[in-house]
Design a binder for this molecule. Sequence first.
Ligand SMILES: [Zn+2]
Length: 178
Amino acid sequence: MSQLEEILAYNEQFVKDESYRPYEAPNRPIKKMTIVSCMDCRLIELLPKALNLKNGDAIMLKSAGGMVESPYSNTMKSILVSLYELESEAVYIIGHTDCGMHGLTADKMINDIKNRGLDDQKFAEVTVDLKQWLTGFQSVENEVKKSVSIVKNHPLLPEHTPVIGLVMDPKTGELKQV
Ligand SMILES: [Zn+2]
């Protein structure tokens, strides 16, 4: 059975058994909070559990590193939508130690792309500065601070919105304020 077939078979049973019942929630975040965090697979369940969050409690935005890269990135747009359209009132930026974006250089990633056999010509079709776009960070604390600053200084951020920076241990779930 392929992975998709397995998922669909499981899904059919899930719905039939009404296993969704414990997850029913309103479509506005009950705890009025927006979380930006890393896509790291260890955080799927750990992060909400470690923050005492249940389905429906918060808006969760995920990306590589949990970075808010620029004031006009998709992540920043999502933050603004959560605050203006989805009744969220606070923003938490949560980085984590042992992150895949820590120390990632554009050169390494460009090399990895080339090693997959991608044609050099394909790079000519790229319209951004890859050296900048594909670069990770050297310090998670500094990266969280940078993201907090981008959100705090956004001209469209509602006045008095708390913007909080945290770093999580991906093994224990321990949070440290930045
Ligand atoms: Zn990460």
